[in-house]
Design a protein around this ligand. Structure first.
Ligand code: EPU
Length: 337
């Protein structure tokens, strides 16, 4: 374990923002992590996973602890299901591919989501009709105040749309060290009702789809719409899709009859933020080295040398404009530091 000084965080955040960590350490085991947590010299500590859901607007004047714990293991299995534990530092997509290579089903719709296993529960990652909570069993955490290891069950995790206790009431309290999932070994239940997937499978001329086919369809859709962070810096959806009341929706439909919507409950409706941002004229707008992605308006991008503050200012402008036009307050999905 080596503590380094003044390290650029550019390779550690998918937005590719070049800020520095005053101190930086990468931990590869729970013991190392506990050792670092006990260090008294560093009063400020900052935990870094895959760096895929953050916008860094300043240097981090703290000890940045890079959670680099690795390992995937099968805990138990029967004829139908398998219980798998993956360490927090495993790359999410590599883990999904590992499961697909073993023909374990349940995560295929979540292919190609950037980030690591350990940060996936925080925002209950989701795509194409599936959320992490659908296969999540429990996770192991370390309480940063007591250094105790604890197991948090699915029920205790309080999962909701892009939400959990880890970003809500217990924000900053726990470090997730590994996550346990239950997946299917046969008779996989496919989730292909999301329009884009069935269209993609048709395009691929596949009738009896396998979980591998579904994963390939998802990869193909994502690659066609979402920028690859290795080429263009981004953090996926910058905003959450807003949920509004039926009453507000009725007013909006009168003004914008073509507005897309998804029913959430008898009284609430979800609107794709990407549509609102496109309608407000921001899609594809480029301001020097940053802008709004040309194929998915919900994604803000860094073309190379943008500063976090530039992107934050653009996000603020988008929020104000959307509120002015539609009366809707957008919430950021990405964490701002
Ligand atoms: N739309 C537009 N213009 C745009 C983008 C979207 O009009 O530029 C409208 C279209 O009507 C489209 C609809 O929005 O049919 C939905 O778009 P899309 O299928 O791309 O999904 P999304 O609601 O914009 C959400 C997630 C994504 C996830 C996709 C697919 C959120 C905040 N985002 O986006 O998640 O991949 O669904 O399931 O819920 C992420 O969280 O980083 C992420 C990429």
């Amino acid at each position: 374990m080596r503590i380094q000084e003044n390290i650029s965080l550019k390779p550690f955040n998918t937005f590719g923002i070049d800020v520095e960590a005053r101190y930086f350490v990468s931990v590869t085991s729970i013991e190392e992590l506990k050792e670092v947590l006990r260090l008294k010299d560093y009063s400020q500590k900052f935990f870094l996973g895959g760096g895929s859901n953050m916008l860094l607007t300043n240097n981090i004047n703290a000890l940045v602890i890079h959670l680099n714990l690795k390992g995937i293991s099968i805990l138990s299995e029967n004829d139908d299901n398998v219980v798998i534990r993956a360490s927090a530092g495993e790359n999410w997509h590599h883990f999904v591919i590992w499961c697909l290579n073993h023909d374990f089903g349940g995560l295929e719709n979540l292919s190609l989501i950037p980030g690591n296993v350990g940060t996936a529960p925080i925002q209950n990652i989701g795509a194409y009709g599936v959320e992490l909570k659908d296969t999540f069993v429990e996770c192991e955490v370390i309480d940063i105040n007591t250094f105790e290891t604890k197991t948090i069950t699915k029920q205790e995790s309080g999962f909701g749309y892009r939400d959990s206790i880890f970003k809500g009431k217990d924000k900053g309290r726990y470090i997730i060290t590994n996550v346990t999932f239950e997946l299917s070994k046969k008779d996989h239940k496919l989730h292909v009702s999301y329009g884009a997937i069935s269209d993609e499978l048709k395009k691929m001329k596949i009738s009896n789809a396998t979980i591998q086919n579904v994963s390939n369809a998802v990869i193909s859709i994502r690659q066609s719409k979402l920028p690859d962070p290795k080429e263009i810096g981004n953090s996926g959806s910058f905003f959450k899709n807003p949920v509004i009341s039926n009453k507000q929706f009725k007013i909006l439909v009168d003004l914008f009859p073509e507005i897309p919507s998804y029913e959430v409950s008898d009284t609430q409706i979800k609107i794709p933020a990407g549509w609102l941002i496109e309608k407000a004229g921001f899609k594809g707008k480029r301001l020097g080295s940053y802008g709004v992605h040309e194929k998915q308006a919900l994604v803000l991008v860094n073309y190379g040398t943008a500063e976090g503050k530039d992107i934050l200012n653009l996000a603020e402008l988008i929020k104000v404009t959307i509120h002015r036009i539609f009366g809707i307050s957008l919430e950021t999905e990405v964490n701002i530091f």
